[in-house]
Design a protein around this ligand. Sequence first.
Ligand code: 13P
Ligand code: ZN
Length: 271
Amino acid sequence: MSDWKDLKAVKEVADLSFQMYQKGWDEANGGNITYLLTDDEAASLNYVPGTGKKLTLTEGIPDALRGKYVLVTASGSYFRELKDDLDHLLGIIYLPEEGDEYEIAAGLIDNRPTSELGSHITTHAVRLAVDSNQRVVMHNHATHVLAMTHCGPTDEREFTLALWRMITEGVVVFPDGVGLVPWCVAGTPEIARETNERMKTRRCVVWQYHGVFTTGDSMHDAFGLLETIDKCAEVWLLSQAAGGKNPGIPDQGLKDTAKWYGTTLREGYVD
Ligand code: 13P
Ligand code: ZN
């Protein structure tokens, strides 16, 4: 096997997981990342199916992901430490063509994949069906979005509009809006199901009182999406705290911005 740690995606996870920690989005073991390897990257591993440690996925393995390899952070991994201990805190799993057990193909020494693997794997399947380039799923506890679930709108359309009205970039970067999953226990098939339902038509789903799930073509794409959404939430919180006298970008402004930048706003959100 060529060294899996030479993969570009490994270097990106190492770098961005540390940046997320520095932003305060990943206290202790908060947050997890998965990346679906390309066929060429998978072939370079020279992994022999059936030889790695086997584990079960409660949610089952989606057909679209059978035969694929996924880079995944370890459950309990501290993002401030990840870049310095890739062998234990990161690794690659193989999702077999048949059966319910997946295999550890590299890394994850003395560890297992994130407790949110079910949500990640099913989200990959949902997003791949929409866009075959989308390979990344990121979860973390982005502070401002999380805070906004405590005091902002509880309806996902209203939540999205509140974000869009804060900064011109909103409708450019996330014209599909964000989904909002009412509070559920993390790591359960229920939260995976609720997330997936919303991921069919969006790249970002917020978990009430917990955090954020974003997807993208690349690690930087998913990270940039999250940065933008968290910035909108930060400005919303700041402006509310300061009295929030102004209504923000009006409906016509949202429509004009989307038109100018060539994005299509989620149907039914703006009159
Ligand atoms: P893991 O350490 O299992 O990845 O869990 C972290 C987390 O953020 C749970 O929602
Ligand atoms: Zn979490």
